[in-house]
Design a protein around this ligand. Structure first.
Ligand code: PNS
Length: 164
């Protein structure tokens, strides 16, 4: 029985993430979607909202849980007894971004990263695009699970209030 950790910012969760969680669950007996902090990014949604939306998105998937991560991913993996990290790849740019993290995580604790190719029909879907479309008044409903549209709309409205 192998537990896999699928980490990311999930800011916000998209159908692309759900696709990877679904594929990961077909390979591993338990999958933990780990909502982590990327120090290179300032999130649009706070961690509580990101966890809540991800929980709702994967709720139909038996054996897939969502947890926040505060600290190093490799320490979290050790705490939950995960034997592998899972990441989704949409293309070569993702691989170039993910490869050094996979090497660093392996160098720190020996944990391996398994890359899963996502559904090609979702290869253009990215949280960064979703945030940008929403900030410019476009519709994001095709790209995100239930609940995300309202949460992102509220976050965009809050950003606008802060600007004035
Ligand atoms: O969705 P993202 O922002 O590309 O995910 C990156 C993330 C959150 C997985 C990465 O920044 C991370 O693992 N953060 C936790 C802290 C950590 O372990 N940093 C060292 C990474 S080598």
């Amino acid at each position: 029985m192998t537990t896999a950790v699928f980490p990311g910012s999930f800011d916000p969760v998209t159908w692309g993430h759900v696709d990877i969680a679904t594929r990961a669950r077909a390979m591993f007996s338990r999958v933990i979607v780990a909502v982590a902090h990327n120090t290179a990014k300032t999130p649009m949604l706070d961690v509580g909202a990101r966890v809540e939306l991800a929980r709702r998105a994967v709720s139909p998937l038996e054996g897939v849980d969502v947890m926040p991560v505060d600290g190093l991913l490799v320490d979290f993996c050790r705490e939950v007894g995960a034997g592998v990290i899972v990441k989704g790849l949409r293309g070569g740019t993702d691989y170039d971004y993910e490869r050094p993290m996979a090497l660093m995580n392996r160098s720190m604790t020996g944990i391996e990263t398994v890359f899963i190719t996502g559904d090609n029909a979702l290869s253009h879907v990215a949280s960064s695009f979703v945030r940008d479309i929403a900030r410019h008044g476009g519709s994001i409903s095709r790209y995100v699970p239930d609940g995300v549209v309202d949460a992102v709309s509220a976050a965009v409205a809050a950003e606008e209030r802060e600007r004035v």
